[in-house]
Ligand binder design. Structure first.
Ligand code: ADP
Ligand code: ASP
Ligand code: MG
Length: 586
């Protein structure tokens, strides 16, 4: 008999009729001979409604009381679904997170799962019962030894389900939802978004954390780390859905379900060069022209960043392999001679990267990397971050020294460190999905000192306040007073705390200022084949230019390209980029 963990989301449980329909589905699965652990979310919009109730009382509810409140939503669903199953003649029992043995850290509202004590679940399974568990919640030992209810963060039921599948070594974890599976983009915005039969965990991790709400990124992180077979499918139709694939398979004992060592590996790629274009016109179409010319000229660009502009002028910086530098320079020069601006190049660079699914949501990891580099006297020329990887381009001379210090800091062994790895081209598509994130704001810290450690100080100040920076862009150009600008995006929710922390920090730097940009969205294209496909960036920028959409910031990692654009163009941009890669249904 196979053990399956099945999770049903809020919309699938939005009414009594739906709960009954879900119960029928579970009954059929039980009759096929499966052992079942079912994880549920709160009904419909219950969690939002509970949040609204609290905000009618206070804008600063105590996190403990918020968890007490929000966890009731799931408790309603488990009891009703168990009743519905019992009514259909299937023996079911509901368990809260605490009763199910889901132990978390004590951080209310964003607790990570430490372990799941599975004895009780196993006993009940042996009795042939269907076990219905409240998602999104767990328990921690609080002050004075009292067990406290914790929640995992919005969307966290997916994470409960995958963690249970990992702890119980279930055959698979099925996420049932209101769409047929993972689609090329959000079908609510792009009508012809297409179902993917499969997607890698690395790609999904990026998409999920860049706005694709269909899966909680932490659920993908666990699936990736423990090799859980994860399937996303429709609650209403009996179709195969999307399978998430992962190469890894760790044992559960390696330090807690969500608390494994966050960094798995370290990589050094030598013979890199950087080209910086500065003072180029800030208007739609420039980035498209540049990257189309590079692609047509045979240059494969690696990392790209575009810093916020200063009064109609932009800086675009990108990295290429050193042996492509001359050609890239030639292409840039042709463009600059018609549009104006300056070019500078630098050879003899190395890219150092740390990777691991646990980097996501832990702001301290990137900041520790920057700090370790700055402690070793290494200046960072270019930063690229993704959910699973942080890369810095640095001087080659200091490459090996940096490798040693970073390896020691993250306690990595020789097997986890690679120099000039050979990337495997499995002919994956350059772009598999597009995500739109409307939950970010853009912040720039202007006129900061240009010396090792500045970026790391900004990141660590935010990290100390548990604020994650996304899309960090460090401008290449120095101001007359030798200062620089650093721009980044962060979650809307963190706005006030971030401002408070940063204002205090920059008061130490003479002349430095903090600026919040206009309302923006992040739009990202993700695909494992991106590093092997020339011209992907150019195509994205062209799709935006055709709609006269100006790009405010560009940031890339190896498998994604992100553009920050004005909020009002978000949906148009999503549709255009989706169709320029022909991702839609015919
Ligand atoms: P549940 O209540 O089942 O957890 P969610 O609302 O959290 O469901 O997630 C499903 C929603 O995610 C879909 O209705 C869809 O609008 C949205 N979504 C965003 N991006 C994608 C995508 N790439 N594929 C599928 N759905 C997506
Ligand atoms: N009910 C919680 C929420 O709405 C958890 C979940 O649905 O996954 O965020
Ligand atoms: Mg969800």
């Amino acid at each position: 008999m196979a053990l399956l963990v099945q999770k049903f989301g809020g919309t699938s449980l939005g009414s009594i009729e739906r709960i009954k329909a879900v119960a029928q589905r579970i009954k059929a699965s039980k009759e096929e001979g499966n052992d079942l652990v079912v994880v549920v979310s709160a009904m419909g919009h219950t969690t939002d409604e509970l949040t609204n109730l609290a905000s009618g009382i206070t804008i600063h509810p105590a996190p403990r009381e918020m968890d007490m409140l929000l966890s009731t939503g799931e408790q309603v669903s488990i009891s009703l679904l168990s009743m519905a199953l019992n009514e259909l003649g299937k023996s079911a029992i509901s368990l809260t997170g605490t009763q199910a043995g889901i132990i978390t850290e004590s951080a209310h509202g964003r607790a990570r799962i430490l372990e799941i004590r599975t004895e009780k679940i196993k006993n009940l399974l042996e009795q042939g019962k269907i076990i219905v568990i409240a998602g999104f919640q767990g328990t921690s030992l609080g002050m004075g030894g009292i067990a406290e209810i914790t929640t995992l963060g919005r969307g966290g039921s997916d994470t409960s389900a995958v963690a249970l599948a990992a702890a119980l070594e279930a055959e698979k974890c099925e996420i049932y939802t209101d769409v047929p599976g993972v689609l090329t983009t959000d079908p609510r915005i792009v009508k012809n978004a297409q179902l993917m039969q499969n997607i890698s965990c690395d790609e999904m991790l990026e998409l999920a954390s860049l706005g694709a709400a269909v899966l909680h990124p932490r659920a993908v992180e666990i699936a990736r780390n423990f090799g859980v077979t994860l399937v996303v499918k429709s609650s209403w139709e009996n179709l195969p859905g999307t399978i998430l694939t992962s190469k890894r398979n760790h044992l559960i004992s390696e330090g807690g379900i969500e608390h494994r060592s966050p960094v798995d590996g370290l990589e050094l790629v030598e013979d890199q060069a950087v080209i910086a274009l500065s003072n180029i016109p800030d208007r739609p179409g420039i980035a498209a022209e540049l990257f189309e010319a590079l692609s047509e000229g045979g240059v494969n660009v690696d990392l790209i960043i575009q810093a916020t502009h200063q009064i109609n002028k932009n800086d675009i910086t990108f990295s290429v392999k050193e042996d492509e530098l001359n050609n890239a320079y030639f292409q840039c020069q042709k463009l600059i001679s018609s549009i104006g601006g300056e070019i500078s190049t630098q050879r003899g660079l190395t890219k150092i990267s740390i990777y691991g699914a646990g980097i996501m949501g832990r702001p301290g990891i990137a900041s520790s990397l920057f700090q370790t580099l700055s402690d070793s006297g290494v200046n960072i020329r270019l930063i690229a971050t993704s959910e699973v990887k942080v890369s810095c381009v640095i001087d080659s001379e200091l490459g090996k020294k940096a490798l040693r210090s970073v390896g020691e800091f993250f306690k990595l062994n020789d097997k986890q460190i690679t120099i000039n790895p050979i990337a495997e081209n499995n002919n994956e598509p350059a772009v598999r999905g597009i995500a739109l994130d409307r939950d970010q704001i853009q912040v720039s810290v202007k006129n900061v000192p240009d010396k090792p450690g500045t970026a790391s100080t900004i990141c660590s100040t935010l990290a100390e306040n548990n604020i994650c920076l996304d899309t960090i862009v460090q401008s290449e150009r120095k101001h007359k007073d030798k200062t620089k600008d650093i721009s980044f995006t962060l979650k809307k929710n963190d706005r006030n705390e971030a401002k408070y922390a940063l204002e205090e920090l920059i008061s130490n730097w003479e002349g430095a200022t903090l600026e919040e940009g206009n309302s923006i969205v992040r739009i990202s294209a993700v695909g494992s084949g991106m590093p092997f496909t020339r011209g992907t960036a150019g195509k994205i920028f062209r799709a935006l230019a055709n709609q006269k959409i100006n790009i405010e910031m560009i940031a890339t990692s190896e498998i994604r390209t992100t553009c920050i654009i004005s909020e009002k163009y978000g949906e148009t941009a999503l549709n255009q980029i989706h169709s320029c890669f022909k991702l839609g249904k015919k």
